[in-house]
Design a protein around this ligand. Structure first.
Ligand code: COA
Ligand code: AMP
Length: 648
């Protein structure tokens, strides 16, 4: 396939041909150790690394081997010691509870020291796992940093996942302690966390020693005697007793956190993030990529349950000495489509990072941008989008309305930071709508064919990253080196497989066009259709099924499940479809946004029995399609078209 980009000068960027990008990127590839050793000077080390990169450790090598460090020290203590004690570190803005809470660096440190001391009393120490199942409240950030302070490994599970998903993560991470809350708040509904937590612990083989539960005033919960402890009482006591935990030195190569992400089966993958590489890469990105200076206000509108939230609500801004906004609300409906502009203007944010889906939702409600003009956005300089491909119409709309550069950037849970982006701090390159621009320093991004050979410019292929990956990227999967090697390093020897397909153009811009596996992207959330199929297949009336992503104007894609019922099932299909929708919500969680289950007589297949997913998707999306030569029975596709009528 040959493709051409659509070059657009951006609205206000410093596109003056003076970007340092090309020189910096070339240097990072020619001398990676020298490049990252210099970047590492921005971090306070207890012991510097003895080897900047040690190829003999781990599946493909480890960064900053021999280094000793503490991530929490770098995020908090050093700023308090260095004159930022009274600067606001965290602004929690919650239209859902109608509150704004601010914590200075000194106050945040105080909270973290106290909670870390509480956790020590429960026996939590270096290397122990602590699982967080929390809504978007400041206590969640305190908990993550308290883990980092102790050298404990946090694993945050997104609140929109159901009990079974939580149980799988508990079993894999085997946490000593779980930190949770009585409820989360979604527009028009309170999400009770406690029954989900109790059910997950019941399902899990590995039982935590204890749970610390934050009672939120919106809905309190029953505590399980001898297992659950009240967060507020423990906190109060620790503060009254003046208990403070000190920073525990950890190896740069020790894990800071595990974050589970969808794999190609229903079993999630535990992405490991180390301390040293993560510190260096994330700190580097705050100015060089995002153009934010210490002391400025930055807003990342994600959730702490996702990698974007880990890197840029919590660690990035705090490591950098910036002020981070944490937002408990939605782009629309809390209370209106002006919510984002209210937050940016009220807190004087200089840059904002969100997912394109949020902009599609705003544009639908406020196509003329009337809300935007109600707010003073004079401090606002740049909008960053990620999580899914930023579709050109959305980018164009955002540029026209906001009159600031709109920067798409591409990354994955696995990498922890941007693979390809437009580096504001180094000097922006011209924006091409639909492309996340160029590989970041440390990343050699190639597009290859099935034989792992780089293809010509503008030719589609698998997007891969030359090993070693830069600091900050996953060194392995939790307790699963082999799965990591098999899943990421084997198919294209010498490379990390991103499982994204796309191409590079003649200017070296990367174009990310879609996944090569069963992952779909729903409202910026990554979901495995294979995992959903496992749930559908578990229904007693289902003989066969296929789940695929179909186009959605707001969410980009939504899952659609096709069911073939067992012979002899007499119940009305509509009844079974309803049960299937409820089953996915119950087993996977509301975040799956699984609302479409469609019964068909059979699934279209090739003569060798492969389900023709690509063709079904095209029919569902209303795109033109051609009859596959290998189809078993062409009529099966007409039947799909019939079944879809009025449903999508
Ligand atoms: N806890 C419990 N339930 C949650 C939840 C949480 N933390 N987050 C979402 N859900 C629920 C929602 O209430 C919704 O439930 P419903 O089926 O009862 O309506 C469901 O999960 C789907 O949520 P979502 O995909 O967020 O859809 P939405 O319709 O509520 O909102 C958008 C749509 C576009 C406004 C929203 O998806 C959004 O803001 N996305 C931005 C994504 C983002 O920032 N991603 C980070 C990557 S950069
Ligand atoms: P996650 O691990 O949840 O961050 O999802 C990562 C996946 O989302 C990537 O592999 C891509 O498929 C997709 N993705 C994220 N950001 C972008 C982007 N800017 N452009 C295209 N796809 C993206």
């Amino acid at each position: 396939m040959n493709v051409q980009g659509n070059v657009q000068g951006n609205v206000q960027g410093n596109v003056d041909g003076k970007s340092r990008y090309h020189e910096v990127h070339a240097r990072s590839l020619a001398d990676p150790e020298g490049f990252w050793a210099e970047a590492a000077k921005e971090i306070d080390w207890i012991e510097p690394a003895t080897k900047i990169f040690d190829p003999s450790q781990g599946p493909y090598g480890r960064w900053f081997a021999g280094g000793v460090v503490n991530t929490c020290y770098n995020a908090l203590d050093r700023h308090v010691e260095g004159g930022r004690a009274d600067q606001v570190a965290l602004i929690h803005d919650s239209p859902l509870t109608n509150s704004v809470t601010k914590l200075t660096y000194a106050e945040l440190l105080n909270e973290v020291q106290a909670l870390a001391a509480v956790m020590q009393d429960f026996g939590v120490g270096k290397g122990d796992r602590v699982l967080l199942y929390m809504p978007m409240v400041p206590e969640a950030v305190v908990a993550m940093l308290a883990c980092a302070r102790l050298g404990a490994v946090h694993s945050v599970v997104f609140g929109g996942f159901a009990a079974k998903e939580l149980a799988t993560r508990i079993d894999d991470a085997q946490p000593k302690l779980i930190l949770s809350a009585s409820c989360g708040i979604e527009p028009g509904r309170i999400v009770q966390y406690k029954p989900l937590l109790d059910e997950a612990i019941r399902l899990a083989g590995s039982k935590p020693k204890a749970c610390i539960v934050l009672q939120r005033p919106q809905l309190t919960c029953e505590m399980t005697p001898s297992r659950d402890y009240d967060w507020a009482s423990l906190r109060r006591k620790a503060l009254n007793d003046g208990k403070k935990a000190a920073c525990v030195p950890v190896a740069a190569t020790d894990p800071l956190y595990i974050l589970y992400t969808s794999g190609t089966t229903g079993v999630p993958k535990g992405v490991v993030r180390d301390n040293g590489g993560h510190l260096v890469a994330i700190k580097w990105s705050m100015f060089n990529l995002y153009g934010v200076k210490p002391g400025e206000v930055w807003w990342c509108g994600s959730d702490i349950g996702w990698v974007v939230g880990h890197s840029y609500i919590v660690y990035g801004p705090l490591l950098h000495g910036a002020t981070s906004i944490m937002y408990e609300g939605k782009p629309v409906g809390t209370p209106d489509a002006g919510a984002f502009w209210r937050v940016i203007s009220e807190h004087k944010a200089v840059a904002f990072f969100t997912a394109p889906t949020a902009f599609r939702a705003i544009r639908k409600e406020d196509p003329e941008g009337k809300f935007i003009r109600q707010y003073d956005l004079s401090k606002f300089r740049t909008l960053f989008l990620a999580g899914e491909r930023a579709d050109p119409p959305t980018v164009e709309w955002a540029e026209q309305q906001l009159k600031v550069p709109v920067i798409d950037h591409w990354w994955q849970t696995e990498t922890g930071w941007c693979i390809a982006g437009n580096p504001v701090g180094l000097g922006m390159l011209p924006v091409k709508h639909g492309s996340p621009t160029v590989p970041m320093p440390g990343y050699q991004v190639d597009v290859v064919d099935e034989a792992a050979k780089p293809v010509a410019a503008n030719t589609m292929g698998s997007i891969v990253i030359k090993l070693p990956m830069p600091p900050g990227c996953l060194p392995t999967l939790w307790n699963q080196d082999e799965r990591f090697k098999e899943g990421y390093l084997t198919e294209f020897p010498g490379y990390y497989k991103t499982s994204d397909a796309g191409y590079k153009d003649e200017d070296g811009y990367v174009w990310v066009m879609g996944r090569t596996d069963d992952i779909i992207n729903v409202a910026g959330h990554r979901l495995s259709t294979g995992g959903m199929e496992e749930i559908l297949a578990s229904h007693p009336d289902v003989a066969e099924c296929a789940v695929l992503g179909v186009k959605d104007a707001i969410k980009g894609e939504v899952p659609c499940g096709f069911l073939v019922l067992k012979a002899g099932v007499k119940r009305p299909p509509a009844e079974i479809e309803k049960e299937i929708v409820a089953l996915v919500r119950d087993k996977l969680g509301p975040v799956a946004a699984f609302k479409l289950a469609i019964t068909v007589g059979r699934l279209p297949k090739t003569r060798s029995g492969k389900i023709l997913r690509g063709t079904i998707k095209k029919i569902a999306d209303g795109e033109s399609w051609t009859m596959p030569a290998t189809i078993e029975d062409p009529k099966a596709l007409d039947e799909i078209g019939e079944a879809l009528k009025g449903r999508v």
